[in-house]
Design a protein around this ligand. Structure first.
Ligand SMILES: [Zn+2]
Length: 189
């Protein structure tokens, strides 16, 4: 799915060799069309032995139960996106603990889906009645009678069986963060 015109200034794009790869680039400004990418985030919010799920009220997946989540805005850090999405969809306040799963899907839009284990902090599940029409905490047994979406079934298994520490935020790295969020395996020495 190529682009024809510059997304920054509207000039017609030309083909240019960039580090040995022919790419569409703008002759009038610095824009290079690298491709179509999107980033999604998902939340596994555990409270005691129950996991927070929502029922999708719109397609794709209308009527199926999933973990809360959504797409990242251009300039929004992933941790803020997932806290925002959980609060918007369910009213629950939760805090990021670690990254526990990644789903990479290189299709016409290359989508990266980053899944966080989150600690429940406050609130009772209330669906937003826009994207989701139900929300609640469910045990694995209670989920067996729900239509849970395929990828969510995989993530439920991750949530209830995952060990180790996953990737945790490095809030005081020895190099400058310079506007980045940095996640790493925990330091052991
Ligand atoms: Zn341009």
């Amino acid at each position: 799915m190529p682009a024809n015109f510059c997304l920054m200034c509207g000039h017609a794009l030309e083909i240019r060799d960039i580090s040995g790869v022919e790419r569409q680039a703008c002759p009038a400004c610095r824009f290079v069309f690298w491709g179509h990418y999107s980033i999604g985030v998902g939340a596994l919010v555990l409270k005691d032995d129950s996991l927070l799920l929502v029922r999708r009220s719109e397609d794709p997946g209308k009527g199926f139960w999933t973990n809360p989540g959504g797409y990242c805005e251009q300039d929004e850090p992933l941790e803020e996106t997932i806290m925002r999405e959980v609060k918007e969809e369910t009213g629950i306040i939760a805090r990021v603990r670690r990254i526990v799963a990644i789903r990479d899907r290189p299709h016409s839009i290359h989508n990266l889906y980053v899944v966080f284990a989150m600690d429940y902090l406050d609130g009772d599940p209330v669906p937003d009645l826009l994207e989701v029409d139900r929300a609640g905490f469910f045990t694995r047994e209670e989920m067996e009678s729900l239509p849970v979406a395929g990828l969510t079934r995989w993530l439920v298994e991750v949530a209830f069986t995952g060990g180790g520490e996953g990737l945790v935020s490095d809030d005081s790295p020895f190099v400058s963060k310079a506007g980045n969020s940095l996640f790493r395996i925990p330091r052991t020495s």
